[in-house]
Design a protein around this ligand. Sequence first.
Ligand SMILES: [Zn+2]
Length: 292
Amino acid sequence: MKQIGDHIWQISAKAEGPHLMIIGGTHGNERTGVEVVRALVDKGLSLEAGTLTLALGNLKAIEINERCSEPHVDLNRSYAEDLLEREPKGSYEDQRARELAPHIAAADYVIDIHATNKPSEAFICSLFAPEHLRLHDFFPVSKVLGDPEYILGGAPVTTDEYADAFGGAGICYETGQAGDTSRVQEVLEEMLGVMKGLGLTGDGGVSSPVGGKEYYTLSHRILLTEAGFTWESGYGNGSWEAFTTGQVIGHHGDEPLTAEYDGVVVFPKIDKHWQLGSSVGYLAKRIEIDTN
Ligand SMILES: [Zn+2]
């Protein structure tokens, strides 16, 4: 593998094929992705077709084992579509996003490996477009979360959304809980499986598609206001807590947050990430999609 940037590596085969990029450590405390990318770099891979780009995301945050290099400056909210035409913001995350952006834009498929701060089964975040659906099969997860209305960032700002904006297919893979590295070997095998499934390599990995997924879309951002917010008992402890229409999920001060549909809580934030005017968690709605 050739180093083509600061902790960015690439290998290409002579034969044409898809360009896959795998990123770990967009959030520095999400260690599985960091370990998987390091292992792939060390593996001495050779490709039969196409190109593989590997990268570590937020190098400063990885060094200090924190989500971001300083509170509330998030690399995974730094990829505005016109990032490279904008004036630099001066933050490390903004600078790092500018280094990674051209590589993300150049790839056909981008997998950004994450982990959640509260407990969750593994799942993927992705659009439901055909090229994305093709990739979904290679992940042994039962849930896919889409955000077609950009409720997470208010606009396309994440790694996978940046890939999508430049004609690629971006997937954010939530591998489990941050700090838990027990799935490193499994996730490594899964990435080798994706490479095999896309035709980059001829051996190794799991290439049997896994079907039967549930699809959800983000539907609501729970904002922390001056009134404060408290979760109702049984909510806010982890992703995929289910609720039904009419159920109270929490309170903004005295004001109940009542579910208007059947759904689930996703990405509840840990206390130290709570910030006035920012989200403390999200609601998502189950949807049916035609995968054929
Ligand atoms: Zn993350």
